[in-house]
Each structure stands twice: as structure tokens, then as C-alpha cells.
Ligand binder design. Sequence first.
Ligand SMILES: [Zn+2]
Length: 314
Amino acid sequence: MAGEPGDSVTAIDAGQQVEVTTCQVCGSGEREQLFADPPYRVLRCSGCGLVYVSPRCHGEALAAVYGESYWRSEKPREKGYADYASDERLHLKTFRRRLRLLRRFLPPGRLRVLDVGCAAGYFLRVMRDEGHDVYGVELSAAIARHAVEHLGAARVHVGTLHSAPRDQGAFVPGSFDVVTLWDVVEHVPDPQALLHEVRSMLAPGGVLVLETQNVASRWARLLGRRWQHYKHEEHLYHFDPNTVRRLLEQTRFTVLHNTWTYGGKYVRLSFITERAHRLHPALSFALKPLELFRDGNLYVNFGDEMVVFARPAP
Ligand SMILES: [Zn+2]
């Protein structure tokens, strides 16, 4: 029996984790278990196909996931990044490449840009260098300090979008030509609330750019439970083109485009070694999409990310 989306959790473990009983997108309580990785279970909603994790961290336990050890993780296969900030050059290169795609959908001229979940501010630095007026929001103080250092405290709010001050000429509702959510929506317990807030920040004609992993991609299906995006503390949801469209339409967006192209990233050779361990049986297939660059890094696109462009529905 379907319940109300967002009204679906009960505390089970002293407030550290909650059991999720209904689907966040369609409200159905019917689901099948894809696999268990105790204490977590990965479930697929029978109503809409959303893949989600239960139980999951919440509140302070969830916020604690994104401390210093998330951005310099000793176990990046399970959580976070090996060393996010030391890969600065690669992140900048990845976003410069994505700019080619963005230019097809963004309005011309100098844009007001808001990156929600801006991490160290790499995308914003790329956009600033293109002449745009850039602002960021980042919940994790551990990584936001890099963004503040490069862009200034007036342009980076450390906290949630909801808590960003609306009265300082920076985070003004209705003023942004583009809002980006790079690898954010799958981490957020209530993505509808976030998307409603994002919509309120967009100017007329503004564009939302949302990137998230695609659980229905060939790569994800081939790897099954070994897929690198199954990181249960942080990835609460795994969308596909249908569920992300439904989520966006629920929050009164119209999807303009959804593509896996430009969803790749530049990585170090050591990243390949680390992944090869996880991918062992499929290693030869894994090496196929690699594109070798002369300065020692690789552009990798497994086709398992979606870059979605959307516009507020009239
Ligand atoms: Zn559902």
C-alpha cells in the first residue's frame, strides 16, 4: 500500500540509523531486495524502480560521514575519496571538459551560477575563469575551506542551501541562471525538498544541471553488487533515467536532456589499479573505454553517470 513520500522512516538504532519503509519517489512500500551488505540492504521499489538503501544513516550520523576522513579516505572503495583535494588538477580538467556539454544548454552571456554541494569549489573556479558570477553551498566544512580559500567567504556558504542567508545579495531566490548538483542528489535524504529549494533559486529561463549515477546502466548491471557506487553510508538512492525524471517532474521541473556523455572523469593511474581490484572478473572489458592522455592521467567514462538538464515547468 502506498504511503506518502517523505513519511517513510522509523528510528531503529539510538538515532544513528533509520529503517526506510516506503519509496521516496512513489511512496510504495512494495520492494524487492537486490542484495544485503549487513547492516544495509539494497532494495528496488516495485512501484517505480527506485533503488534505495535501508537502513541508512541520518541526522548527525549522516553529517558525520562527510568529515575529514571522507575527503581523505583510507577505504575509498567503501566511502569517500582517496584524496579529493590532491586531485585538484584532475577535477578542474573534468569540469572544463563538461563545459563543452553545458554550453549547449546554458544561456549566453555572464551567468549567475550556484553550485550546490560545491566541495572544494572546482566547478565554480572553472566557471569563474569563464567570466561567470559564481556561488557555492557546501555542507562539509572539511572540504568547503578549499572553496572559501579560492572564491572568498562571501561566495561560499558552509551549510545547506536551506540555511544559506537570503539577504546578502548572494543567495538571492530567483536570481540564478544555472544551478548545478554534481553528485549530490543521491546523498540527500529528502531530494524533493532540495529540488523545490533549487527551483526557487532559479531565474526565469534558468537551467538545472543534475548529475547522478545510473543504476540501470550496462556497467552497473554487469558489476551487480560490485558496482563502485554502492557505498551505503553515503549513496542513499540509485536513480535511473525513469526515476530521476519522475523525481524532477514531482518537483515541477521539465527534463530537457539526459546523457551519459561527459559523465566521465579524469583519474590517476592509481585509481585504475584500485578499481581493477573491485572489477577483477570484468577487467578486460573495463579497460576498453579508457582514453589515454599524454600527461599520465586517463579520461574514464563507464557510461554509468547521467547528466540531466532540466528547467522549471511553467
Ligand atoms: Zn517507488
